[in-house]
Structures are given as C-alpha cells and as structure tokens.
Design a protein around this ligand. Structure first.
Ligand code: CMP
Length: 197
C-alpha cells in the first residue's frame, strides 16, 4: 500500500495535503504492474513575497552614456543596491537587431528616431540578478523621461532627453525573460544565487 502526502509551510504553519484518494488509481496500477515506490517525496511550499524572490532583468547602457564614458559610474548604481551583473557584452546593434528588440514600439511616432539612436554607437548589454531585480532596477533607473527622474537615479543623473535617456531596463517578468534571451544564451549567464529562476 502506497501513500502520498504533500507537506507544506504556509505563513510559518506546517500543513499536509493527503493525496491518497486522488492517487489511488495510479497506486493500484503500479501494484498491478508489480512496481514499487521506494522514495518518500516531500514538497515544501512557502509563499514568497516579491521582496524575497531572486530575479534576472536586462539592462542596456545606451550609446549616449557609453559615449560619455559613464559605464563604470552607472554599473556602480546597480552593485551599490545589491544587483549583480551575471552576463555582459558590448555590441553595436544592427538596424535589424534594434528594430526586433524594440518591435513592441514599431507603430509609435518615435520608433525610427529610437532605432537610429540605438544603432548610433556601441551599447553595453547586461543581465542583472538580485532579489526583486526587475522592480529594483526600475527604481534605480528612474522614469523614462529624465525631466521626471529624481537626482540619484541613473536617468536623473545621466540622461539628457527622453530619447537619449542613458539606460534601458526590462519592464516586467515576461519582457525580462524575452529580452535576456534576445542577447544571451543560458550558458553565457553566470548566476550568483544557488537557485536561479
Ligand atoms: P526604453 O526604456 O529604452 O524603451 C523604449 C524607449 O523609447 C524609451 O526608453 C525611450 O528612450 C524611447 N522613447 C519613449 N518615448 C519617446 C518619445 N516620446 N520620444 C522619443 N523616444 C521615446
């Protein structure tokens, strides 16, 4: 006779879900086939708030900031706040690469300007990793429009216009995954945490 339970932790309390009834047909089949389960499986679940989850996000130091020789200064903003660079490369984007990367904006009036600017010089592309990395990176960058970006944010300190705004960062978990994949293979990412997402 087999048994299967899930033990979990929820808000510090231990709980158990008994899957005996649900799994009975599977167990019966295993017994019929004279197979045995010799391993006890324990699944531990806990609810993690965003502030406890390690994430990766994409960051691009744009041609204006590269040209101003601000790469080192900008990277310091990330590392000071606990974000780690887990992948990095310097590239001069082709027109096609820039257009594919910013495809979501292709109907916007500023699209051509954006592509021209992003292909005007080299950029530094990075994957950043840390707890709540996507939101944290957005706070460190400040708003897209530098006239609204407070001093102490990257855009507040380095951007000169909404177009020449020094830095790009992923705006959510799905875009972060897509954007990291756009530039990096899995083997080019050197996670610092033991359980990368
Ligand atoms: P980024 O975070 O790279 O994402 C899209 C970019 O489009 C944005 O930063 C700006 O640089 C650019 N952008 C957004 N709005 C405008 C605008 N009104 N005029 C020119 N560029 C813009």
């Amino acid at each position: 006779m087999f048994s299967l339970q899930i033990h979990f932790v929820q808000e510090g309390e231990l709980g158990t879900i008994n899957l005996q009834g649900l799994c009975q047909p599977v167990f019966s089949q295993l017994e019929e086939d004279s197979l045995s389960i010799t391993t006890e499986i324990q699944v531990t679940m806990s609810h993690l708030s965003p502030s406890q989850v390690t994430e990766q996000t994409l960051s691009i130091i744009k041609p204006d900031a590269v040209e101003q020789n601000q790469i080192g200064n900008i990277i310091e903003y990330f590392e000071k706040e606990g974000l780690s660079i887990v992948a990095a490369k310097m590239v001069k984007l082709s027109h096609k690469q820039a257009a594919d990367f910013y495809a979501v904006h292709k109907e916007r009036p500023f699209f051509q300007e954006l592509i021209d600017f992003m292909t005007s010089g080299p950029v530094l592309v990075m994957a950043l990793e840390g707890v709540d990395a996507i939101n944290l990176n957005r706070r460190i960058m400040g708003p897209t429009d530098p006239s609204k970006a407070p001093a102490g944010t990257i855009r507040g300190d380095f951007a000169t216009s909404i177009e020449k705004n020094a830095i790009h960062g992923s705006d959510g978990p799905n875009t972060a995954k897509q954007e990291i994949k756009f530039f990096f293979k899995d083997t080019e990412i050197y996670h610092r945490t033991s359980s990368p997402l």
